[in-house]
Design a protein around this ligand. Sequence first.
Ligand code: NAI
Length: 341
Amino acid sequence: AQTSRGPSSRVTGLSPRVSRRKIVKCEAKKVALLGAGGGIGQPLSLLLKMNKLVTELSLYDIAGVTGVGADISHCNTPVKVSAFNGPEELEGALKGAELIIIPAGVPRKPGMTRDDLFNVNAGIVKALVEAASKHCPEAIIQLVTNPVNSTVPIAAEVMKKAGTHNPAKIMGVSTLDVVRANTFVAEAKKLDVKDVDVPVVGGHAGATILPLLSQATPPVSFTDAEKKMMTEKIQNAGTVVVEAKAGKGSATLSMAYAAARMAESTLMGLNGEPNIYECSYVQSDVVPDCPFFASKLLLGPGGVAKVLPLGNMDAFEQACFHAMLPELKASTQKGIDFANA
Ligand code: NAI
């Protein structure tokens, strides 16, 4: 079975075993973070500054990034940090980047859906991806900005228009759904969280978030009622954070953690490490008539090396799968229409 690598097997992070991990090959890797001054951007900057696979870190924002750059740069790790402020400095941030992570844009407030962010965030993503397509067309782009179900199709359309489209290099960051699923399942089943891996497929909004509990590692069993409760808990976890923050934004710390994990896996793939798997929302033909779908991926030197088939779903998962497809397809189309308007 292909098991995603949990925190304990990682280069940075959290376990003492990690720092002694042998790295297959470590080439210079420049990462650009667009939206680095924000709630996600700041802790993600710190986690990237601590990552041994990153050599250079470009922090870009339209506000507040100079201070974040000065602050982070004092951490005594080898990563070279530069801050870039405003559109006229965007080119400098992007030049030579191999991985671009985009959490630029507004977050939810209580009562909002991710789709409510579309009007503001779609334009931000479009402009940033246009610049990336111009200044570093070979880079991998990872979109954190919501609604991910629509911002990834926007990015793909922008790159198609520019003649730089490579579906293996555009990913929607849905890692937080996996991180949450692993945490909640470990808690419910009293397992060591570092051993738990739950694939989460579909999309990254409400009902489109489909945890495949039947494919969890190690295998876990739930009654039908528990399965429904656990699925809804994973789907609603973002909203729980939005409500708990009561108007002060959405998940930032757990999101930064999740994006750092996705970035690290991606850099490991770029470095030629074998068997690096993550779930991500990408273009694929895994589901007929659904051009974008979050699936389990094999990461490699060119980004997405392989999108894995969905595998067997139990009756509950199949029902959820069929029920959410119309919403997912509509969000995809909304992004495509916006990019082509
Ligand atoms: P925030 O408002 O704290 O930070 C956003 C940052 O983006 C700000 O520093 C802002 O100046 C910057 N920004 C705005 N327009 C920009 C532009 N044109 N170019 C560069 N930077 C720009 O928001 P937060 O909490 O960091 O969230 C960011 C995004 O991430 C939101 O869209 C949110 O919905 C999304 N998100 C995604 C999750 C996921 O699982 N994929 C989870 C949580 C949040």
